[in-house]
Write a protein that binds this ligand. Structure first.
Ligand code: ATP
Length: 324
């Protein structure tokens, strides 16, 4: 392998720049060429490339987003699209690809590699932490810190006015952000997709909390929680049943995807970039780089795509005990 292409694909997450920097510098260290591919698979199809050297990635370790831009490419989902992508890759002399993204991006990489026999290596970049084969994805730790900081601020105003706040956080299919940030921010209740709390139990819990002397409360709600109602409907439901509560809603939204990456994400990105490039150089292909018990590991990319991550039941129990 003499030339590696690197791209960011799908939803962006903090730490992607640190991972690009690591891939580029590891290539430079091993004296192989590195080509940045702009806008994910769409940029590959269009041949939107930039030669990268160790100095191309100065001062980006601390920046959110991705300097290579990200995109969702419909064209790459078609055989013709992937053929064009391979033609451009060959024209540029790319011997392997490092794809920084989520499970959709890995599915694309897997299909591309099978069809054209090009080595691929995935780096998990998504704030949701919903990828099998790694205990942390890039951007997750930063997103947790962003959410906790936001909830701390909401708590200040909630407690000044004796209010109940519903705070909606990202997580359509998984509740890692809601559960961990909820425990970290001291939420009264946490509603996640993996557990059916039930609206009645929510009311009971809020009643108990009031009776125990708490004047304000924070309920963290993942987008895909099991009540099947959005935060505004939940607000109406609680106000209708517990008139003593003054309820407000705060939807954190895309701010959770941005910001300067945390130290943990920068370190993880640096380690993952080294592992990805060096694994390709060792002849490995079709893997995703991950972290398990503080060690860097490789997970076959098809497993990473298909596997499901489990929510931490012990943490749910901790959360329940903390709201006593
Ligand atoms: P996020 O965390 O935001 O969901 P993701 O990587 O899962 O990130 P997707 O939009 O699902 O984001 O996938 C990114 C890109 O990967 C798609 O736009 C498409 O180009 C490619 N891709 C996804 N699935 C496939 C597939 N089945 N075949 C070919 N390419 C695919």
């Amino acid at each position: 392998i003499n030339k590696i292409g690197v791209m960011t694909s799908g939803g962006d997450s903090p730490g992607m720049n640190a991972a690009i920097r690591s891939v580029v510098r590891t290539c430079a260290f091993h004296e192989i060429e590195c080509i940045g591919i702009y806008r994910g698979y769409q940029g590959l199809i269009e041949g939107d490339f930039k030669e990268m050297n160790a100095r191309s990635v100065n001062n980006i370790i601390n920046k959110g987003g991705t300097i290579l831009k990200s995109a969702r490419s419909q064209e790459f989902r078609t055989k013709e699209g992937r053929e064009s992508a391979f033609a451009k890759a060959r024209e540029k002399g790319l011997d392997a690809l490092v794809v920084i993204g989520g499970d959709g991006s890995f599915t694309g990489a897997m299909i591309f590699s099978q069809e054209f026999d090009i080595p691929v290596m995935g780096i998990p970049g998504t704030i949701d932490n919903d990828i099998f084969g790694t205990s942390a994805t890039l951007g997750y730790d930063t997103a947790l810190n962003t959410v906790v900081e936001a909830i701390d601020k909401i708590r200040d105003t909630a407690s000044s006015h004796n209010r109940l706040f519903f705070v909606e956080v990202m997580g359509r299919d998984v509740g890692h952000i809601a559960l961990n940030a909820g425990v970290g921010a001291g939420a009264e209740e946490i509603l996640i997709p993996e557990e059916d709390l039930g609206k009645d139990r929510l009311l009971e819990s809020l009643k108990r909390s009031r009776q125990s002397g708490k004047s304000s409360s924070i309920v963290v709600v993942a987008e895909g929680d099991q009540t099947g109602e959005n935060v505004f409907e939940l607000k109406d439901y609680v106000e209708a049943n517990l008139p003593e509560y003054e309820v407000r809603v705060s939807v954190l939204g895309h701010m959770q995807r941005g910001g300067s990456p945390s130290c943990a994400d920068r370190v993880l990105a640096s380690r993952m970039g080294v592992k990805a490039v060096e694994s390709l150089l060792e002849g490995k292909t079709n893997y995703m780089v991950g972290i398990k018990d503080t060690q860097m590991v490789l997970c076959p990319i098809d497993k990473a795509v298909k596997g499901k991550t489990d929510i931490d039941l012990e943490l749910i129990r901790v959360s329940d005990i903390m709201t006593t």
